[in-house]
Design a protein around this ligand. Sequence first.
Ligand SMILES: C[S@@+](CC[C@H](N)C(=O)[O-])C[C@H]1O[C@@H](n2cnc3c(N)ncnc32)[C@H](O)[C@@H]1O
Length: 312
Amino acid sequence: MGGSGEAATNLAAYGHGMRRTTGTTEPIAEAAARARIEEVGAGQFKAAVRAMWALGDYHTFAKELVWDLGPVLVEACGISAGQRVLDVAAGTGNVAIRAAATGARVISSDLTPENFEAGRREALVQGVELEWVEADAETLPFGDDEFDVVTSSFGAMFAPDHRAVADELLRVCRPGGTIGMLNFTPEGTAGEFFAVLGRYMPPPPPGALPPVLWGSEEHVRELFGERVAKLDLTRQEYVERSSTPIDYCEFFKRTFGPVVGLYASLADQPDQVAALDRDFLEFATRSNRGAPEGPAEYHYQYLVVVARKRGD
Ligand SMILES: C[S@@+](CC[C@H](N)C(=O)[O-])C[C@H]1O[C@@H](n2cnc3c(N)ncnc32)[C@H](O)[C@@H]1O
């Protein structure tokens, strides 16, 4: 992390883009969006996003709050021994390690290889073997039809070019194979969480689509279109817990890269830091569904996507 300027750039994709909970899904708009992202320098943008997700301690964050969800996607996709599985934007292996535990042959890929070491340690503890490969979800370094199952839990949704991601997930999956995703919905607590943080972030690069659009059934149907023979879309909910709303905020400030980066970007603006602290805590207090005596509980809605690629 090279100072507050860089942190601000890193956060661009998570700023106004997160705030837009509705957005156009017209192919023309998306094509234009892609072109504009290319203009501002895709390589530079991706390097900044990678640096952001390397901040904090993603594995500690994941183990505490989202680790129960990896098995949800493994089960939804029916992953089993002998299958070739690619997990995209895998973080430290939430889905990938669980997929490997079934006996599947798994590649865990992510834009941010800085987090692989924690994933390797976790895999060792779990007694499973898998491969770790640096990869951008928009340009996967794998051949056509290579995998029986391609997964992504709360990961590929963060790449700005949704059409490119959908194309790549489909391309590397064999005909008749399965593509599975867990994506936050625009309407739920995640939409509010990102909206609060978005107030303090610089605008995203022109054309970046909001990640939570991947939680809209209509958007997913439009992206996969006729290329899938079957598409199951189910909304579900999971709960994050913390002793108190203050502890919840502090945990994010310590472990979750985008939040760590946001605070770093504001370090020379104490008024902004104080305002963000206030808004973040207000969100954590307002969204708490736990009993008054605690713990604090946050209910997050997500979309389970299970698609079968046409053509077997
Ligand atoms: C919230 S984490 C989810 C990680 C993991 N799937 C899990 O369930 O714990 C988001 C992940 O997306 C990755 N990511 C963001 N943009 C990406 C991109 N364009 N291509 C691949 N990975 C990306 C980040 O590096 C990060 O590991």
